[in-house]
Design a protein around this ligand. Structure first.
Ligand SMILES: NC(=O)c1ccc[n+]([C@@H]2O[C@H](COP(=O)([O-])OP(=O)(O)OC[C@H]3O[C@@H](n4cnc5c(N)ncnc54)[C@H](O)[C@@H]3O)[C@@H](O)[C@H]2O)c1
Length: 255
């Protein structure tokens, strides 16, 4: 494992109780930093933080609720002097079904969490990052990494809400990256193909088999592979990339 420099830095990781978010938090801790896990599953987040040690904190946050996010900013800044990185990993898949059969409530819920949640967290954390002036590159300092998906580039059948929400995350990343390009804040996203986590429990076996069949490497990615790339995107070394989309798809989406 390469050594990343996240020494003395603090990250907020949404959806950090488990899966990719937890793996990213682990990597940031191993890189010398501290983290606050924002997750709606309070118990799982508390257990996750405990397993990460003294430099990890947990908060119950629903990223789709504005008040919950603003309260979480204040609660985070009560134990951390600044927020150097935000990783937006909280997400849900919604059901696997054709668009014309898609339950309207389920569509709305996917949008609430996957794109409105990313908007709310970026909105509130950027306000804080713009006040942090440690960078010599201009006003503000921060690194934002949004976990999109290969589905947002390609559009998976039987996952229209998920694909549309992740395409929106890519678009938001490009807009926000440009809006902050003259500051010390960098905003990027990653587009993983399938990685075996608890999120697989929300999908049909047919859909999982479809996703695997599309990966030229012939196997799923790993949490560690995602954490390695996201970890680097959270460091100061990621300085000349913003509004960018980083592939993590085993060769599926080489654009
Ligand atoms: N695992 C994959 O194959 C894969 C591939 C591409 C993209 N992604 C994306 O990566 C991210 C993480 O996925 P994962 O595999 O770790 O999933 P996961 O189900 O293992 O973890 C998701 C976490 O998000 C939390 N969460 C859900 N809704 C929330 C809300 N409203 N507020 C706060 N927390 C909430 C859950 O409690 C859970 O801890 C998601 O955005 C997902 O869409 C995953």
């Amino acid at each position: 494992m390469n050594q990343l420099d996240f020494n003395g830095r603090h990250a907020v990781v949404t959806g950090g109780a488990t899966g990719l978010g937890f793996g990213i938090a682990q990597r940031l801790i191993a890189s010398g930093g501290s983290v606050t896990l924002w997750d709606r599953d309070e118990e799982a987040a508390a257990k996750a933080a405990e397993s990460l040690g003294a430099r990890a904190f947990a908060l119950k946050v629903d990223v789709s609720q504005h008040a919950s996010v603003t309260q979480a900013i204040a609660a985070t800044l009560a134990h951390a002097p600044r927020i150097d990185a935000l990783v937006n990993s909280a997400g849900i898949t919604g059901p696997n079904t054709k668009l014309w059969d898609y339950p309207v409530d389920a569509w709305r819920e996917v949008m609430e969490v996957n794109i409105n949640g990313v908007f709310l967290c970026c909105r509130e954390v950027v306000a804080q990052m713009r006040r942090q002036g440690r960078s010599s590159e201009g006003g503000g300092y921060g690194r934002i990494v949004n976990i999109a998906s290969v589905a947002g580039k390609e559009g998976n059948p039987n996952a229209s809400a998920y694909s549309a929400s992740k395409a929106a995350v890519i678009g938001l990343t490009k807009s926000l990256g440009k809006e902050l390009a003259d500051t010390g804040i960098r905003v990027n996203c990653v587009t993983p193909a399938a990685v075996k986590t608890a999120i697989f429990d929300q999908m049909t076996p047919e859909h999982i088999a479809f996703m695997l069949s599309k990966i030229p490497m012939g196997h799923f990615g790993t949490v560690e592979e995602v954490a390695a790339m996201v970890g680097w995107l959270c460091t100061e070394d990621c300085s000349f990339s913003t509004g960018a989309v980083f592939d993590l798809s085993g060769g599926r989406s080489t654009y």
